[in-house]
Design a binder for this molecule. Structure first.
Ligand SMILES: NC(=O)c1ccc[n+]([C@@H]2O[C@H](COP(=O)([O-])OP(=O)(O)OC[C@H]3O[C@@H](n4cnc5c(N)ncnc54)[C@H](OP(=O)(O)O)[C@@H]3O)[C@@H](O)[C@H]2O)c1
Length: 182
């Protein structure tokens, strides 16, 4: 099973403002940058509890009928999710990835700062597509954080968009993966 990250961040590396606002992502002018194609290629979405809480404020469930796994160590209330397919998991990223693989999923979309950081630290991410929007916001929820060791990235491509988005795609080699990552 493949695990991918596809996210938008400010040039100074934030996924959201400290209050979780995402307004700054508009600095790129909402130009199409491959998200629809990426989304069509995944068969399960894995998000952290904090991302889930932000998504609930959107009013409309944005994931359609795609299975969504929300990670949290505490009980979650999914009663306000209308029309979506959602469940909860928790545990080590390797255990979560193994469960998803056992269930036949082939491509997981890993999203949320802490969530991405935990899967990265466990050596489980195969591909990262980071779209930098042309703005500095100074503080916020970071995409990256502390790591137990360096993680080397293989640069695949960098794409520049008219509105100022700069998208960089990386592959993470098998050599980066921990022995139990499967
Ligand atoms: N710009 C973008 O493309 C983009 C993309 C995604 C998200 N965001 C934004 O990023 C912010 C959220 O990111 P975040 O870093 O604050 O948090 P997050 O990763 O969304 O959620 C973190 C929480 O997820 C749970 N979690 C993660 N891994 C777990 C595991 N292996 N087992 C059990 N629980 C696990 C924990 O919940 P508990 O504390 O409940 O145990 C943890 O506190 C939101 O504002 C969201 O809108 C932006």
């Amino acid at each position: 099973m493949k695990l991918s990250v596809f996210c938008g961040a400010s040039v100074d590396g934030f996924l959201a403002r400290p209050n979780h606002a995402l307004d700054f992502l508009e600095a790129g002018g909402h130009e199409p940058h491959g998200f629809e194609e990426f989304y069509g290629s995944v068969d399960v979405v894995v998000i952290g509890r904090k991302t889930f809480e932000v998504v609930l404020t959107f009013g409309e469930w944005p994931y359609g009928k795609k299975p969504v796994v929300v990670l949290s160590s505490r009980p979650l209330d999914f009663s306000s999710v209308k029309g979506g397919v959602v469940e909860q998991m928790s545990g080590e990223p390797a255990e979560i990835a193994a469960q998803l693989k056992t269930r036949g999923f082939q491509h997981a979309y890993i999203d949320g700062g802490i969530t991405i950081q935990r899967f990265l630290a466990a050596g489980l991410i195969d591909r990262m597509v980071i779209t930098r929007v042309p703005v500095l916001i100074g503080e916020g929820i970071p995409l990256f954080g502390p790591l137990p060791r360096d993680i080397e990235l293989r640069h695949v491509a960098t794409r520049c968009y008219k509105g100022g988005l700069v998208q960089t795609e990386y592959e993470l080699g098998a050599a980066q993966q921990s022995p139990d990552s499967g």
